[in-house]
Design a protein around this ligand. Structure first.
Ligand code: RB5
Length: 150
């Protein structure tokens, strides 16, 4: 069970707006604390503007978990993964969300708002929050993500 006193960051463009609203409502109803960076309507916006605040908050270490959405999930995920200490995992089914935590220690969940139902999105969020990183060989692999060739 994720510590409900820890604030969860969330951000989305218009493509994920409806699903984001559902997730925020469910999280708050379950007693989680949420910091919602928008967007606040279906009006077309640029996804990086709503993803950067989430990724920044995780990258600084001030917050532990974030949720980001756009239509496909890819623009959101790619933006967030620019940050050194962010590991944003794109998930569209429960097993992938679970593996993003167990194997990749994902600290941000990226969701494709136009390709999953609100109900499925909520299940993915619960899995993301409640699944632990397995460490061991996966810790070594996660550390090797930094072995960038320049
Ligand atoms: C917006 O039309 C769409 O491009 C955006 O939501 C996202 O899918 C980008 O990756």
């Amino acid at each position: 069970m994720y510590d409900k006193d820890k604030i969860i960051l969330i951000g989305s463009d218009h493509g994920g707006f409806e699903v984001k609203q559902h997730i925020v409502g469910k999280l708050e109803a379950e007693g989680y604390k949420v910091k919602d960076y928008g967007t606040d309507s279906e009006e077309s916006v640029d996804y990086p503007d709503y993803i950067h605040p989430v990724a920044h908050g995780i990258n600084t270490g001030q917050y532990e978990r974030g949720i980001i959405l756009c239509g496909s999930g890819n623009g959101a995920q790619m933006t967030a993964n620019k940050y050194r200490y962010v590991r944003a995992g794109l998930a569209w089914n429960n097993e992938i969300a679970k593996l993003a935590r167990q194997h990749n220690d994902a600290n941000i969940l990226a969701l494709p708002g136009r390709f999953i139902s609100k109900e499925d999105a909520w299940q993915l969020v619960l899995t993301f929050l409640e699944t632990d990183f397995e460490g061991e060989r996966h810790q070594r692999r996660v550390e090797k993500m930094d072995n960038i060739k320049h």
